[in-house]
Design a protein around this ligand. Sequence first.
Ligand code: A3P
Length: 282
Amino acid sequence: LSLECSMTRSETDEVGGVLLPKSVCDRWDQIWNFRARPDDLLITTYAKAGTTWIQEIVDMIQHDGDIEKCKRATTYLRHPFIEITTKYFAGLELAEAMPSPRTLKTHLPVQLVPPSFWEQECKVMRGRWVRLVSRLLLKSRGPSSLNFIQSQIVLWGCWYDHVKGWWDAKENHCILYLFYEDLKEDPKREIQKVLQFLEKDLENEVLDKIIHHTTFEIMKDNPMANYTFQPPAVMDHSISPFMRKGTVGDWKNHFTMAQNEKFDDDYRKKMSRTSLTFRMEL
Ligand code: A3P
């Protein structure tokens, strides 16, 4: 999202040491006091992690594979992005006006998630994916991109803290932690995990339909899922189409050998004390 990757310093601010769009900080009290409902489902990812893909899968599951129903509105209207307000939409208000059961989206790190989600014991789906490396590289700032990934000064906070924070939180909360690489490798297996988590049972035929409808090729041409409805000020497809490549391991086409070594080194250090591991390729 241009929203996420190309803001100037004056368009950002911090909450609890985490860099966020200024519009988020300006409404922080309201966001922090957001009232979750017990049957809310919260989809939480680091930006560019494949959020939209899992949103489409969840929507298809919730609507028993009914494609027309899933085309009722664009992704950002179907699943309010709770912390984001633009001049075109306000996630908070959309969420508040939405009847239950709601599916909501956030990129907030775990410590900044409105506490009422925990109080209400909502279900949370967490995606964490290594391929954001390639995405951030392409969408951000060329040669300095590696620093960008390693940095604390990125929107929604440092990627390492983000993924580890949510990883630890799953010990105490109802969180399904999914991996882009796994979904890419075996969508059926992973969608079955989602079904189980959502306590849904679907016919095999419907499951196959969901898999098909949520492939990269189909979603790429679905205006309700490919963000072409977003105004260019929010999502500028001329910089890079939102549905760019949808593959694992594209970093190889963008990292130099030296950058890769530097990344591996940094990764080893920052991930040394967690059981969380990433597959860099399939
Ligand atoms: P690429 O830029 O690598 O292609 P988010 O929704 O969190 O912003 O993530 C966007 C990324 O998810 C993009 O990655 C996009 O192509 C990828 N994506 C979206 N739908 C997908 C699908 N059905 N299959 C695989 N990747 C998908």
